[in-house]
Design a protein around this ligand. Structure first.
Ligand code: PLP
Length: 438
């Protein structure tokens, strides 16, 4: 059958805004992936959103599978969160002094993520991970950290390190501006390869402060930990006195109320949080064992601070969203069911075209890799046909489906996606897969 081509999207206002933006903002955007460089074309500027639907500045509507890269797990503009924010606004937007909601927020986080005994609020996931490794270094008196190829932990210098040619070579900076001195303290290994971790720990015995990972990876596309992997890391860290940090900025409150650590039953020493925790407002958090967290100033000597940390409006949004999640545990099964339909349906549509594509899913996160190889790490993910992915992305966008504009990103499903909307997605997917593969 011949591919159905979607009518050209009319995006004149987005196009004009992007031209203006490029004169004033590097690359025209305030965060690189928004520029659509990996898929071609120019970004769509958004005007508003409600539930599952985004509306752009030209009045086009899209079914949203990014959800602000994770935070909007209840869909856009849920009344419970908007009402909480509106109620908080008249009391002033910031004090720079302690407030009741910070205490309530800390109590709520501890209830939902029991490995956290003490927690500090910050303003982004980047701040959370940067602070967590500083604390781990202060606590252990060691300098090095281990991270995994393809895991993203925000843009802190220590995390912008690629592996170099061999897994055991010292890191080289991924970005100009990150010094070699910093890079030398970041050791990188492939994900899902326990012997590689064991080896690098042994080679650097007594020097590794922390091992940080996404317990389910969302930043090379969606990659799940293999059977026994997280337990293996837990054991190695315990044996060698290394602080195990789960970066649950994406997975926290998403894969279960208590995140990936609840789902897989593994207890890290520290956890970093972001995204969902703020209900769409800029919030992050790091926390963990009390003996570690009591090193944070002013209780201890490791300095970390923030003018707007624990902001009253941000905590109002965060408390409202987290409370809803805590009180509705059944929504996780429903998110899983809906996402399984999306993932299975996509896999089947690709198969109908003779494409044995790999679709990875955990809970309400999934990725369609344009490769027939299983994807367990970054090297596997890189087998993907990114050209075909770009054509697919554009074909979906033109059919009103808003996907992440890059192959190496996960999709985030919200509770606003109903069975009916799954059908809308699958119909578009069938046409777009055909169009992308000529
Ligand atoms: N850690 C993980 C796992 C992330 O996915 C991200 C962002 O996508 C971050 C940290 C950084 O968070 P932020 O963008 O809020 O600084």
């Amino acid at each position: 059958s011949s591919p159905t081509t979607a009518p050209e999207l009319a995006l004149p206002t987005s196009a004009a805004l992007f031209e203006r933006a490029k004169n004033h903002i590097p690359g025209g955007v305030n965060s690189p992936v928004r520029a659509f460089r990996a898929v071609g074309g120019h970004p769509v500027f958004m005007q508003s959103a409600k539930g599952a639907w985004l509306t752009d500045v030209d009045g086009n509507q899209y079914l949203d599978f990014i959800n602000s890269w994770g935070p909007m797990i209840l869909g856009h503009a849920p009344d419970i969160v908007l009402d909480a924010v509106q109620a908080a606004i008249p009391a002033s937007l910031s004090f720079g002094a302690p407030t009741r909601r910070e205490v309530e927020m800390a109590e709520l986080i501890k209830q939902m993520v029991p490995s956290i005994e003490k927690v500090r609020l910050v303003n982004s996931g980047t701040e959370a991970t940067m602070s967590a490794i500083r604390v781990a270094r202060g606590y252990t008196g060691r300098n090095k950290i281990i991270k995994f190829e393809g895991c993203y932990h925000g843009h802190g210098d220590s995390f912008l390190i690629a592996a170099g040619s061999g897994a055991l070579t010292l890191g080289t900076p991924d970005s100009p501006g990150v010094t070699e001195g910093v890079a030398q303290d970041t050791l990188t290994v492939p994900y899902n390869d326990l012997p590689a971790v064991q080896h690098i720990i042994e080679v650097n015995e007594g020097q590794v402060a922390a091992l940080i990972l996404e317990p389910v990876v969302g930043n090379m596309g969606l990659v799940a930990p293999q059977e026994g992997y997280l337990q293996g890391l837990r054991d190695l860290c315990t044996q060698h006195g290394i602080v195990l940090i789960f970066d649950e900025v994406m997975t926290g409150f998403r894969l279960a109320r208590g995140g990936a650590q609840e789902l897989y039953g593994i207890t890290p020493d520290m956890t970093t949080l972001g995204k969902i925790i703020g209900g769409g407002m800029p919030v992050g958090a790091y926390g963990g064992r009390q003996d570690i967290m009591d090193n944070v100033a002013p209780a201890g000597k490791v300095y970390q601070a923030g003018t707007l940390s624990g902001n009253p409006i941000a905590t109002a949004a965060g408390i409202a969203q987290l409370t809803y999640l805590q009180e509705h545990p059944e929504l996780y099964d429903e998110l899983n069911r809906i996402t399984t339909r999306l993932a299975d349906g996509t896999r089947q549509i690709a198969a109908e075209l003779g494409l044995n594509y790999t679709v990875n899913q955990v809970g309400s996160m999934f990725s369609v890799f344009f490769t027939d190889k299983p994807v367990h790490n970054l090297a596997d993910a890189k087998h993907s046909d990114t050209e075909a992915f770009g054509r697919y992305f554009r074909a979906m966008l033109h059919r009103g489906i808003y996907l992440a504009p890059a192959q190496y990103e996960a999709l985030f499903v919200s509770t606003a996606i109903t069975d009916e909307l799954v059908e809308v997605y699958l119909t578009a997917c069938r046409e777009a897969m055909r169009e992308a593969h000529g």
